[in-house]
Design a protein around this ligand. Structure first.
Ligand code: SAH
Length: 372
């Protein structure tokens, strides 16, 4: 018999995994009133208190229960890089040893946090370096909201996170429940209190989840479009084979319907000679005719194993002018944090790949190198 008693961690519930509704249900399950949820959120998010014994408006017995069964834990920043333009990238380690990336983009009058939703990505968009990492697992709610908590702590009181874009590593709508719970928390008056216009979820086009989002969580929607024909989109954003453009646009129209003056933002990465012709611009104008939309053109950010090139600035400007002349509000995304690999599509983290995709890609790469 082993006589050495190992300390056992009996605390199994991370309270950051609940949004207010989830927390209220948790308390009701304990025979408590649902308003305990608000009290707890205030302690954690507003007062920064993590010791349950200090939560004096909770009964002694509830404090004891929480101390014995629950904990509050965020992932941990293990590396910080600051770009010349002030953009900050944090490498954030989860309890299982994987690493994801979170980026803060300061601008005049606002600060945007770009948040990851998965460890790696299960999709295989050909122009995105996160895709090359393969996929490990979904992030939990606490790991998503935890990115805001650790980032805001690190930034201090002067630099506030005013906007969140779910545009880091992963496909948020393939991690629907956790992403939505985390976004609910971001918008909760007792936590970060961000307005729904300042929280944006970006999707590659997971159509059924888009309908669900429209019903269940009122945030701004961005769609990674990148091509205006199914033929090209099948290649660039392979999930298009499952949910082709016609279905995608229908889901966008459904989202735009929920409020007057609501628009869907379409992201369109500018790839030289691939999707940046006059014909592409005309196709885009036609495609967006029936959806209240804005377009965000993203200059392609290269990464080591990619063979794409970014369209030149003349082409990007011409593309923009055509769209603008057709009445579509169009912006060109400023590339930020390029010198620290923090720009769109450059986030890689450190992913223990379970999909074995990085091995397959590596094999293809070596075959190509061998053939050359
Ligand atoms: N999976 C979601 C969330 C990622 S958002 C989605 O696809 O929308 C990241 C945005 O950056 C997406 O619009 C993505 O298509 C774009 N992107 C990916 N790789 C890029 C690259 N190398 N250069 C520029 N933009 C890129």
């Amino acid at each position: 018999m082993n006589s050495v008693l190992e300390p056992v961690n009996t605390k199994t519930i991370n309270l950051l995994d609940f949004d207010r509704k989830g927390l209220a249900a948790f308390f009701v399950g304990l025979g408590e009133k649902p308003f305990r949820a608000t009290q707890l959120l205030k302690w954690i998010y507003q007062e920064g208190v993590e010791d349950f014994e200090l939560m004096t408006n909770l009964s002694k017995s509830l404090r004891t229960y929480l101390s014995e069964n629950c904990y509050i834990a965020t992932p941990e920043i293990v590396l910080e890089k600051i770009a010349t333009d002030g953009t900050r990238k944090w490498v954030v380690q989860t309890h299982c040893g994987n690493r994801i990336e979170t980026v803060f983009i300061p601008e005049e009058g606002r600060g945007t946090l770009c948040v990851s939703s998965q460890i790696g990505c299960a999709l295989a968009c050909t122009f995105c370096s996160t895709a090359q990492q393969g996929f490990n697992r979904n992030l939990s709610t606490s790991e998503i909201i935890g990115q805001l908590i650790v980032a805001q702590k690190r930034l201090g009181a002067e630099k506030r996170i005013t906007n969140v874009v779910m545009m880091g590593m992963g496909e948020p709508l393939l991690n629907f429940n956790n992403a939505v719970a985390a976004m609910n928390l971001m918008m909760d008056d007792f936590t970060f209190g961000l307005s729904k216009r300042r929280v944006t979820v970006s999707t590659s086009g997971v159509v059924p989840a888009m309908y669900r989002l429209t019903q269940e969580c009122d945030v701004s929607l961005a769609v990674s479009l990148h091509a205006v024909t199914d033929e090209l989109r099948d290649e660039l954003v392979p999930i298009n084979k499952k949910y082709p453009l016609k279905e995608l646009m229908e889901a966008c129209r459904d989202n735009a319907k929920i409020a007057p003056r609501r628009t869907v933002t379409f992201e369109y990465v500018m790839l030289d000679g691939i999707n940046d012709s006059l014909q592409d611009a005309r196709g885009l104008i036609k495609l967006l005719k029936t959806v209240p939309s804005k377009v965000n053109l993203i200059p392609f950010n290269p990464f080591p194993s990619s063979s794409y090139r970014c369209s030149n600035s003349e082409t990007i400007n011409r593309f923009k002018t055509l769209l603008t002349d057709a009445g579509i509000i169009t912006t060109v995304r400023k590339t930020r944090g390029e010198d620290i690999d923090a720009a769109c599509g450059q986030l890689v983290g450190q992913v223990q790949d379970k999909s074995r995709r990085h091995l397959k890609l590596h094999a293809v790469g070596s075959e190509r190198a061998g053939a050359a």
